[in-house]
Design a protein around this ligand. Sequence first.
Ligand SMILES: NC(=O)c1ccc[n+]([C@@H]2O[C@H](COP(=O)([O-])OP(=O)(O)OC[C@H]3O[C@@H](n4cnc5c(N)ncnc54)[C@H](OP(=O)(O)O)[C@@H]3O)[C@@H](O)[C@H]2O)c1
Length: 345
Amino acid sequence: MLTAAFQSAPDGIDPARVPYRDIYTGARIPAIGLGTFGSDHASPDLIADAVREALRLGYRHVDCASVYDNEHAIGPVLQAAVREGLPRKDLWITSKLWNDKHAEADVIPACRKSLADLRLDYLDLYLVHWPFPNFHPPGCTVESRSPDAKPYIHEHFMKTWRQMEKLVDLGLVRHIGTSNMTIPKLKLLLRDARIKPAANEMELHPHLQQQELFDFVRGQGIVPIGYCPIGSPGRPERDRTPEDTVDLEDPVIVRIANRLGLHPASVCIKWAVQRGQIPIPFSTKRRNILSNLQAATGEPLTAQDMADLARIDRNCRLIKGHVFLWKEGQTWEALWDMDGVITPP
Ligand SMILES: NC(=O)c1ccc[n+]([C@@H]2O[C@H](COP(=O)([O-])OP(=O)(O)OC[C@H]3O[C@@H](n4cnc5c(N)ncnc54)[C@H](OP(=O)(O)O)[C@@H]3O)[C@@H](O)[C@H]2O)c1
């Protein structure tokens, strides 16, 4: 059957120019992806339009998740792109298992649901979104706690992981990975996994560089995927605290951006790609979707710029995860194993 050719935008970037990162399986993942978390403001249809535009502009990597509640809108866009001649093998589609589906019986059906919504036969990457089975109503406040919330229990996580491994065996996903993990949790997983994680998605921007975790992940042959790569300026009010710093206003970033005649967001993207993580910036604006891809493929920053940016880490975590805490009186740091050991129950 003849299909209409997939229409790439004339001002887009040739996907062959986009750098790739090697996965330990031999697969290659595009070094920039489009984020699809619309927070409280971007509707599923708006995000589906952004995905369509991103594919036309040269993106081949889309970061999805069932909890973003828009996979059903993104699916028809992916299906149409493939029908119109964009080879499925050229796409890299990630989805994530939400916290309420960690039970052994729930993992495979949850993945099948994402596949059906995204209208795909397989995912390139399926992540355990958080290492906790704790969930909360969408849009709830930071103080909100689930009475059933639990700490990290490795035996429980491994039960979930065994099902993730089964997804690979079943051919439903090509790679599995983690998100929001810490070094001690990853060490246990690496000890016990039959199929090791291909990627770890983690918050990474110039004001949260997580150097130790970043080095650990890369040292284990795991690809770091960086979320909030430009400091998530559009995140909801509930994810903001007075101590938060603003990457886009950092004098070093602004100085480099001014010198290059770029938006500070482009400096964040260049820094991320050059450092070796995969940024997944979110945008619903064509201009920004394109400029982020241009940043990933254009002139690199100088060694001096990279050294200057390495020095502006403020250890400023934006997505603190309060709502996943399991005990009264805890602070968000408990989720991140700050002392290098898993926070006791
Ligand atoms: N694994 C996890 O737990 C986790 C957690 C958080 C996020 N994520 C993933 O990471 C993705 C990115 O994170 P994020 O959306 O929080 O943060 P982000 O990508 O750092 O920031 C997105 C915001 O920046 C603006 N923006 C994007 N490009 C821009 C540009 N070139 N110039 C100026 N403004 C620009 C966007 O607004 P406009 O729409 O106006 O351009 C949007 O408000 C999410 O969409 C999601 O896929 C994963």
